[in-house]
Design a protein around this ligand. Structure first.
Ligand SMILES: [Zn+2]
Length: 284
């Protein structure tokens, strides 16, 4: 499932290919996405110029020259690309917008159709839509903010990191990689985390995401960037998807636990379940 590094890569790829270009018209496929496509959006999009491409959390925001905004979520298998019109349209292509003279096309493909595309009349409406859904971006998140969020919940660390209202853009892969980097067990009760550990976790999340963006994200199955290129960070995983393989730090086997309905990969040596503080062992 695309997370922040993948969505950021799509947006960075799309900017030079899409910004300043006119959507000549919009064609929709026969199948509904998770959110129904309103037929009224088609005439409103036709002829509009894309003014900017932005990311917020895992959402792609395409600002149009009339102040409207096309908001796309890639769901699990979404691909938003600019493609030469001569390239055959792959199956499961749900939206196509020929650009300018029609030599290139903006295409939205989504095999499993958990993704969505919807048009908002103005940026303020987008802000309102995202406000309740998203907390701060990981790079803006202050350590004290994260410490306060962790202290105020009975959930485990993994569940809190997956909560988009605590920090936007982190999903299963980068939660596991960040907890490994911070040396924190995914099942640890969030409220037992010290301020110093919260600061370490905040820095680990930012470092892992920064590095993953440099690698253009991770391609596990369907993800490609906005120009159709795959990601490379899947070869850099320390723990994610590596159950039974050696930990890159200590060489012991990586383990896997089911937490918050998701597989959580961790090293039981580098990420101990209990913490030793002030000479006594506190339950994790
Ligand atoms: Zn280890």
């Amino acid at each position: 499932m695309p997370e922040l590094p993948e969505v950021e890569t799509v947006v960075r790829d799309l900017r030079p290919l899409l910004v300043g270009r006119r959507l000549a018209h919009v064609e929709t496929g026969p199948h509904q996405l998770r959110e129904p496509w309103d037929p009224a959006w088609r005439p409103r999009l036709t002829g509009r110029v894309v003014a900017a491409a932005r990311r917020r959390g895992k959402w792609i925001l395409l600002d149009l020259d009339d102040a409207a905004c096309l908001v796309v979520h890639l769901g699990m298998t979404g691909q938003l690309t600019v493609t030469a019109a001569g390239q055959p349209r792959a199956s499961h292509t749900h939206l196509v917008a020929p650009l300018d003279d029609g030599r290139d096309e903006l295409r939205f493909r989504d095999i499993r159709r958990f993704g969505s595309a919807r048009l908002f009349a103005a940026a303020a409406a987008v802000d309102e839509f995202l406000r309740d859904r998203l907390g701060p971006e990981p790079f803006d998140l202050r350590a004290e903010e994260l410490a306060a969020a962790l202290a105020g919940t009975d959930r485990c660390l993994k569940a809190v990191l997956l909560d988009q209202t605590v920090v936007a853009g982190v999903g299963n892969i980068y939660a596991d990689e960040s907890l490994f980097r911070a040396g924190l067990h995914p099942a640890r009760r969030a409220r037992t985390v010290t301020p110093a550990e919260a600061a370490r976790l905040r820095d680990a999340v930012a470092a892992v995401l920064t590095r993953a963006v440099e690698y253009r994200g991770s391609t596990i199955r369907d993800y490609v960037g906005g120009s159709g290129l795959r990601g490379g960070f899947q070869d850099e995983f320390a723990v994610y998807g590596r159950t039974g393989e050696p930990c890159p730090a200590c060489g012991g086997p990586i383990e896997c636990l089911r937490l918050a309905g998701r597989s959580s990969h961790f090293c039981p040596v580098c990420q101990p379940a209990t913490t030793r503080r002030r000479g006594r062992v506190a339950a994790g």
